[in-house]
Design a binder for this molecule. Structure first.
Ligand code: ZN
Length: 433
């Protein structure tokens, strides 16, 4: 495809007007002020009229639980522990592998619709999740969850052999769209002995870790009581877990000493502002983390605590809420927020060649229709995007050069079937719990 005469946010997220962007073999092959020369232009195939559009890097959702789409609207107005123990876990116990497949497929549709091309997904049913993501055309870093309450070698847990098999089958599958990460759900659902073993395995394999840390105040404080004053991240560091590339979701209650540790270890903090607010977990110290130099990325979390995969809503919250919570309107600039939702998310997934509109990068792009009333005047389209834009402004989403959403159509997904399956399956599960 050749995007013709289109405004873009470039690799520095600066506006460039009237550009030509050529996509070939999954990559941005051409970016210029003029159309490529005749014969070369034809090699890109379809010419996309870019007038009235804004081309931006697509979003990378750094923390999700895609199958939890089934739980949208099911567990409301509850604090985290009651939400988990009384509602979420009993519901999840009734979910079949096929339930996970259909919920993931619908999550992929929703994400594609809102400009997301890739997500880091922590859940069960890896085979079914991988199948859904591959079909959808999106990408994902998939990790298989297990709760490690009992102190015993990792090898004695079922997930040890299972994840090894997933790595063998899926890591790098679909031209690298699928990557397999390792997972420790959280400090409070695991034990040091098993976690040390897992860290050693991840290090040996050269893979990545995705975990929850300091989501709630009680989790953070109870960890300190259990581990001689160590916060969850300090505890994980003490047993070697942060010696591998790690995404730590939430970090809501992290302390200044944690920020230094995250910078030292290169940990990615996945902010989930909507989820943290909805569950009353608090406000992560994102301005202080950015100030300290922590890698901040952005996630939607699961649909029981958000309740949507519209990254532009989380983007809006990330840029806005800290101005209110700190009383300082200069914190978290629109550009910092957008970088968290794009390039930093790609890096958190180990996707170095993704997340920037630059020749040679993977063609992971979102096109926004900027002709609506909330986009005028065009004094600063980046600021318009963050504070006045909506996910529904996305009219085209491209993942590795392939269109995964365009003008209401989903090339890899039967979205009507996915919606109907999710509806039926959710009713069945609710009748069983
Ligand atoms: Zn989570």
């Amino acid at each position: 495809m050749l995007f013709a005469d289109i405004d873009i946010l470039d690799e520095n997220l600066d506006l460039q007007t009237h550009r030509w962007v050529g996509v070939r073999d999954g990559h941005i092959a051409y970016l210029g002020k003029q159309a490529p020369a005749g014969a070369e232009a034809e090699a890109y195939g379809e010419v996309y009229d870019g007038r009235g559009k804004l081309l931006v890097p697509a979003f990378y959702n750094a923390h999700a639980h895609a199958p939890m789409t089934l739980l949208r609207g099911y567990a409301e107005n509850l604090p985290l522990q009651a939400w988990l123990n009384d509602m979420v876990w009993p519901f999840e116990a009734k979910m079949t592998p096929e339930d996970n497949y259909w919920a993931t497929l619908l999550a992929c549709a929703e994400m594609a619709r809102y400009g997301v091309v890739s997500f880091s997904d922590m859940y069960y049913a890896t085979d079914e999740r991988v199948r859904a993501v591959v079909e959808s055309g999106l990408k994902a870093n998939i990790c298989e969850s297990e709760l490690y309450f009992e102190p015993k070698p990792f090898a004695d847990y079922a997930s040890c052999a299972a994840v090894e098999e997933y790595v063998r089958k899926y890591h790098g599958a679909a031209d690298g769209r699928i990557l397999i990460d390792y997972n420790i759900h959280a400090e409070y659902t695991s034990n040091p002995q098993t976690c040390k073993d897992i860290a050693a395995v991840v290090k040996e394999k050269g893979l990545r870790m995705h975990l929850h840390a300091s989501e709630t105040k009680s989790e953070h404080e109870e960890c300190k009581q259990r581990h001689d004053g160590l916060t969850p991240l300090q505890y994980f560091a003490s047993i070697g877990v942060l010696d591998v590339p790690t995404t730590a979701a939430h970090c809501t209650w992290c302390e200044p000493a944690d920020f230094d540790l995250m910078v030292e270890k290169g940990v990615f903090a996945a902010a989930n502002p909507a989820s943290n607010m909805k569950l009353g977990s608090g406000y992560a110290p994102i301005p202080a983390m950015l100030e300290a130099g922590v890698n901040v990325c952005l996630g939607t979390d699961g649909m029981a605590s958000n309740n949507n995969h519209d990254m532009m809503q989380d983007l809006y919250l990330l840029a806005l809420l800290y101005k209110g919570s700190t009383g300082d309107p200069s914190v978290v600039t629109p550009k910092q927020a957008l970088a968290a939702a794009t390039r930093m998310g790609a890096l958190s997934q180990g996707r170095e060649d993704c997340g920037l509109v630059r020749a040679g990068m993977k063609a992971d792009l979102a096109v926004l229709d900027v002709t609506g009333p909330s986009w005028a005047p065009r004094t600063n389209p980046l600021v318009n995007m963050v504070y006045a834009g909506h996910g529904s402004d996305v009219v085209l989403t491209m993942s590795d050069g392939a269109v995964v959403y365009r003008d209401g159509a989903y090339p890899g997904i039967d979205v009507e079937r996915a919606k109907a399956e999710v509806e039926t399956r959710t009713k069945r599960i609710i009748s069983e719990v």
